[in-house]
Ligand binder design. Structure first.
Ligand code: HEM
Length: 405
């Protein structure tokens, strides 16, 4: 349901919570790149939207001028009630600035190393097949509702040591944090308090019954030779839930959405599975799901445009990935693209810490879907719906199965 005033002019009044934004994102970014490459809105206390690759990269690198405390651009409490949590922020390390950021990030690295993540492959593959089995022999299946949305939520709940049966609640949480951004802050506060209480209870349970999972890992971790504060642990769990779920769900959905409309790419991937690594990178580039936000910490400029402290920036990595100055045929999916230094996982100090896991889930999800359904197409283009806000992906995606193995 649209909660915001519909946008008439994307250059001067953009709003990422308008459903038209994610539905038409590629076209909006292309038009802005040609006419107004650093767009502005007065909404959300004022925000800028650079869409050229080099401007996005420059903001991501300049952590002095652009603070990560405002990683999600949403309606916040009024300025006099806003309590800054800098430099740690609400969900470290993504909301943390230097120097604290490096320490909060470093302690998480061992849990997401390629070796640790590779061990999850059989489990992800088993889950994908279980979801495909559950679809039975229906002619039309929803690749978002019945497939993509379940994979990352199951994996991150299992990794953290949270009950998989609470998956609906985790998706609700993601909706609260990332999609309800146009609501007044007060309307969302109850939801944040409930989440905080839920996670504190699970952390307490892990203290009483120690387990070998990510919450156990965080409880044993140290920063500056001291155990992490409980609020740091809970903030990091929120980050891993939110960063882990919506992002990969969106990537899997967008990839299937593409293949459902490009029978040639689908046939090549089925017949030439050795193309999978470049295809996955290309799908990540072309349908990058994640835009992050920054709060402007001091007066600066973006692409020659002066910007004021106190306003915000939407850092549209997905728009940067479609800049024809950097990527030839940027608007085409070239599944054997050789040079592909895309920004789907961001760049600089906050570059995605879960990229090994994201790539594993995306690859296995696509491999198993096309193995089971070597031919499929969109069942009804107009029935496809898209998420709201900074993470872009299909939320309903009916596809017609034309061949099953
Ligand atoms: C296709 C899926 C994913 C995409 C496209 C993606 C994208 C991103 C991007 C663009 C950033 C940079 C944020 C910034 O500059 O502010 C980021 C950071 C992060 N991501 Fe991911 N992500 C994905 C999946 C995951 C998964 C599965 C996890 C872990 C469960 C994860 C954990 C993180 C963390 C912890 C950070 C913060 C790193 C830091 O601040 O140092 N992500 N991600």
């Amino acid at each position: 349901m649209a909660r915001v005033k519909p946008v008439q002019d994307w250059a001067t009044d953009f709003d990422h919570a308008d459903p038209a934004y994610n539905e038409n994102a590629h076209q909006i970014w292309d038009e802005l790149r040609a006419t107004c490459p650093v767009a502005h809105t007065d909404r959300y206390g004022g925000a800028w939207l650079p869409v050229r690759h080099d401007d996005v990269a420059a903001v991501a690198r300049d952590t002095d001028s652009f603070s990560s405390e405002g990683a999600v651009l949403a309606n916040r409490p009024p300025r006099d009630e806003f309590v800054s949590l800098a430099p740690i922020g609400a969900a470290p390390p993504i909301t943390s600035d230097p120097p604290f950021h490096a320490d909060a990030r470093r302690l998480l690295l061992p849990a997401f190393s390629p070796q640790v993540i590779a061990e999850w492959e059989p489990e992800v593959r088993r889950l994908c097949n279980e979801l495909l089995d559950r679809m039975g022999d229906a002619d039309v299946v929803d690749a978002a509702v019945q497939y993509a949305q379940h994979i990352p939520v199951y994996v991150i709940a299992r990794m953290l040591g949270l009950p998989v049966e609470d998956s609906d609640y985790f998706r609700e949480t993601v909706h609260l944090v990332l999609e309800e951004i146009g609501a007044e802050f007060g309307e969302r506060q109850g939801g944040f308090e409930k989440l905080d209480a839920y996670l504190h209870a699970h952390v307490q349970d892990h203290i009483e019954n120690p387990r070998d999972d990510l919450i156990g890992f965080l409880l044993n971790a140290k920063i500056y030779d001291r155990p992490l504060e409980q609020q740091h642990i809970v903030g990091t769990i929120i980050l891993l839930l939110v960063a882990g779920i919506d992002t990969t769900w969106s990537s899997i959905g967008s990839s299937i959405w593409h293949l459902a409309q490009h029978a040639d790419d689908l046939a090549r991937l089925v017949n030439e599975p050795e193309l999978m690594p470049t295809a996955i990178e290309e799908l990540l580039r072309a349908y990058a799901p994640v835009t992050m936000a920054r709060m402007i910490a001091k007066d600066a400029e973006i692409g020659g445009c002066p910007v004021k402290a106190g306003e915000n920036v939407l850092l549209a990595f997905p728009a940067a990935n479609r800049d024809p100055e950097v990527f030839p045929d940027a608007d085409k999916v070239v599944i054997d693209r050789e040079h592909n230094r895309h920004l789907a996982f961001g760049l600089g100090i906050h570059r995605c810490l879960g990229s090994n896991l994201a790539r594993l889930e995306l690859r296995v999800a696509v491999e198993e879907f096309i193995r089971r359904f070597p031919k499929f197409e969109l069942a009804d283009k107009s029935a496809v719906t898209w998420s709201l806000g900074q993470v872009r992906g299909p939320r309903q995606l009916p596809v017609r199965v034309l061949q099953r193995s």
